[in-house]
Ligand binder design. Sequence first.
Ligand code: SF4
Length: 337
Amino acid sequence: MSLPKNSFLDYYYIDVSELSRVVKERKPSKILLQVPEGFKNRSYEIIDYLREILGGAEIHIDASPSFGSCLIDVGVAGRYDLVIHLGHRKYPYWSPPSNVVYVDLQSRTRPDHEVLTSLINDLRKHGYVRLAVYTTAQHVDLTKDIVKQLRSNGFEVVNKGVEVVFGCWFSSLDAVKDSVDAFLVVAGGRFHALGVGLRVGGSKEVISLDPYENAYCFLGEYVSRVLKTRFAKIMKSLDAVSWLIIAGSGGQYRPWIINELAKLITSSGGKYYVAVTSYLTRDLLIDVDSSTLDAIVITSCPRLPIEDFHDYEKPVLTPGEAFMALKKVFEPYVFPW
Ligand code: SF4
């Protein structure tokens, strides 16, 4: 098909092989399209593209937040024959309804040769030879090439294939963390690289390679700073008596964590309340907060306390941090739960 200049599909490509198979099989007449945050305004080009492949099916845009494959509104999804969730892989902690199909959205953006050469030189300078390399769903093809390049330059990359991480799930990380010199994370921004750093408690260097910024960054100091802030929050909640537990929905509903927290809070003489929401904003938290509450723990998305509520006036903890505070065990740092 001919695309308008500067089309979304000039910068990304969609792997439609699985989608075509599903469409042939299910012949959907009503489709819901879920697109990652930041790309929603490009849904129209994507729909035009999909219409050419899928024929005359009615395609609606899901305008609710789509920060990850964990956050699918099962009620809304149930009204459609097919839900196309673009740009994320299946959330490993949750099985969505069977009408949801995950379709890869691969970025065409690549770092320059000079940036990769400089990264390789910097890794050598630091003596980081044995590496684990992770990425996000949008950069799998690019990461395959980067791993090849690292290997041909004498680096030992321990991953077998290209491994995708989520903000709260880290693939093979636990198995390899003690045997590598450093982690390389190919992703936009620092979000996923920080997650890797938190998961290993800052014990190893994490290098983030951002294809969009065409730059890389050693994040060790940044991870240490975040960890200091997190420990300060844990310390502030040691005497908390009255806790608010925030519960999520879909893949972010984690009853075993809520039950474990409830048990620990009551056995230490405290009390708890549970508030349920599928999408937590600062306004919503302020609205539900009260001066009678001492600490808040978010069991839905464990990145919210770190990214969105690190400056909140009272401690807002991840489940792992709340477990540390309630059990009074401060080593190692537990992330995410
Ligand atoms: S970090 Fe949050 S948004 Fe990302 S996969 Fe985990 S729960 Fe979902």
